[in-house]
Design a protein around this ligand. Structure first.
Ligand SMILES: Nc1ncnc2c1ncn2[C@@H]1O[C@H](COP(=O)(O)OP(=O)(O)O)[C@@H](O)[C@H]1O
Ligand SMILES: [Mg+2]
Length: 252
């Protein structure tokens, strides 16, 4: 694996008709890093995630995931990655434990391993007591935790999450953040799109800011801050052209 890189993209580009959603994005994310991918709505985050996971093909450019070139190792890459999409599909008429078994079967996790691992994961996410309940009775946060638990079942080397903390209460958000830290310490790479700058600041080992399809800043938070003053929020808003507070007041 080149320099221990889990994710490498070279001039990754995706156009939809006339719109170029992602333009020449070059990323290098090392094994065990927690990468926070920031950017306003419509910046190109989800499009990038979909390309990394093989759900859509790039218009041009190159992607290498744990040493596998995406152009000829799609199936291998799907085994390596655990994806939590922005709007996950979940079967409301299944019980929590049945959903876990379904995902385990899709990833060909053997039955013995599922029997050991499913109760452990449900316990870790605080879902053990709800395991036999139908998912339709779960809150948004419980569903989100179940999805995250399910993508850990096949021990992915790279975890890709699109806005994973949406709908989580502070206690669950803390639990999920601690789980990301623990995974990263075990060598799992975490790639997370988030709007929550505090998470990027506290959790991420590397931050990328995408704006109008272009990666406009990348590095550790110290690197992104160098030569600039203010908090990560100030810098983020400056780079992405956020509306000024005084300007907002004009409209209220
Ligand atoms: N399937 C699609 N067809 C056409 N345009 C799309 C499609 N998917 C995304 N886009 C456009 O690409 C841009 C980036 O979208 P997206 O990657 O979803 O942004 P983000 O996740 O950062 O909010 C937006 O302008 C969006 O409208
Ligand atoms: Mg998105």
């Amino acid at each position: 694996m080149e320099n221990n890189l889990s994710i490498k993209t070279e001039n990754l580009t995706k156009s939809f008709g006339g719109i170029t959603a992602v333009k020449n994005v070059n990323l290098e994310i090392k094994q065990g890093e927690i990468f926070a991918f920031l950017g306003p709505n419509g910046a190109g985050k989800t499009t990038t995630v979909k390309m990394l996971c093989g759900l859509i093909s790039p218009t041009s450019g190159k992607m290498v995931i744990c040493g596998n070139d995406a152009k000829d190792s799609q199936l291998e890459i799907k085994k390596i990655i655990g994806l939590v999409p922005d709007h996950p599909f979940i079967y409301p008429k299944l019980k929590g434990v049945e959903f876990m078994q379904l995902v385990g079967d899709v990833y060909k996790v053997d039955i013995q391993k599922q029997r050991e691992r499913i109760p452990e994961l449900l316990k870790m996410f605080g879902l053990d007591e709800a395991a036999q309940d139908l998912i339709e009775t779960y809150s948004l946060g419980m569903r989100q935790k179940l999805i995250i638990a399910s993508v850990l079942l096949h021990n992915p080397k790279v975890l890709i999450l699109d806005e994973p903390l949406v709908g989580l209460d502070p206690k669950s958000a803390r639990l999920v953040k601690d789980i990301f830290l623990g995974l990263s310490q075990k060598g799992v790479t975490v790639f997370m799109c988030t709007h929550i700058l505090e998470i990027a600041e506290k959790l991420a080992t590397k931050i990328g800011i995408i704006h109008k399809g272009e990666l406009i800043a990348v590095g550790t938070k110290e690197e992104i801050r160098s030569n600039k003053t203010g908090t990560l929020e100030d810098i983020y808003l400056e780079l992405t052209g956020g509306i000024e507070y005084m300007e907002i007041l004009k409209y209220l």
